[in-house]
Design a binder for this molecule. Sequence first.
Ligand code: ZN
Length: 411
Amino acid sequence: MRAWPAPDLPTLPVSAPPVRVHDSSTGGLVETRPQGPARLYVCGITPYDATHMGHAATFVAFDLLNRAWRNAGHEVVYVQNITDVDDPLFERAEKVGIDWRELAARETELLRQDLAALRIVPPEHFPGAEESLDLIVALIGRLQDAGAIYAVDDDLYFSVSADPAFGQESGWSREQMLAVFADRGGDPDRAGKKDPLDCLVWRAERRGEPALDSLLGRGRPGWHVECTAMALDLLGEGFDVQGGGTDLVFPHHEMCASEAQVLTGTPYARAYVHAGMVAYDGAKMSKSKGNLVFVSALRHSDVDPMAIRLTLLRHHYRSDWEWTDDQLWSAADQLATWRQAVAVGAGSPSGPVVEAVLEALATDLDAPSAVAAVDAWAAATLGTGGLADTGDPDAGSVMRALVDAALGIAL
Ligand code: ZN
């Protein structure tokens, strides 16, 4: 699919340090060491509703990684998929009486507009599951050849016991896995399964449900195998970072990693990086609960998308936090202060701030520390009337480029 227009990416006077990220599989910080282009896969949305702040927080987090790599001199190949073959999409389409493809196209277009407004660097590849059906079916065939697939009635399941490393991505115990599997799309109690944790890779057509034609007959693939196929096809084995929200640690990323491990015998991704959850009105923001703050609704109320982005950046991407409107208004004030400071032209020395911001982002994408460094610079610059005679004459333009290149905020 077509992605969205790219924002300008200013070049910085210095190169950023190597990027370290928190890897869920080891539980610690790891240095990313891209060989050739840095390769990033971030799980995208199921397009049945507009982009909410939980999605935006995740995409902004991985945009920081994309930018940190680019600022460190790496080329980046970024893949973000669209899960346009999935139960929630079909259910919503049925409920509102609209064709599911039409609903997916409409919501995907809104996502493009939202992410462009938030200055997310677009992915090199923006694949949908339906357009990737042939390669997903081909991957299921390779898993069958590897002896990792069995049938229950006309459906196909991936056998987690085929992967001796199953569980490595999340580090979870079987008890932990079983506790959430059913709530996260699994069907542990289905009769005929060899292991309750085995995951569906192909659902044969049911009367009244959407189905696609394929070499496996009419039906549709499971969500996990969709991502595995798209990631391996577009990025290859052992790509640098698999990203998503913490709700994808298990089963989604575990199953993707296992399916790939069985096929290739090598680790799927080198690091698994997960963004925290955003709450609203006391609960995790989710479509099922309906407690959502939409990016598009704020944009249509004339909220500056840069204030939305800054609100997100004031929280570390790994923390769970609660959205409140007060934070948005406070970020809008902060943005106005930054704009005032760069408009002065000359200002407090920018060199140490460039270093501090790039270092913070290279250290597990620590945006709050980067934001604090920019705050301190703005306060020093405005507090001294711009240091017009003695200050850094280029500070305003350097800081404008820095805040844009590293944090994705256009001043
Ligand atoms: Zn995925």
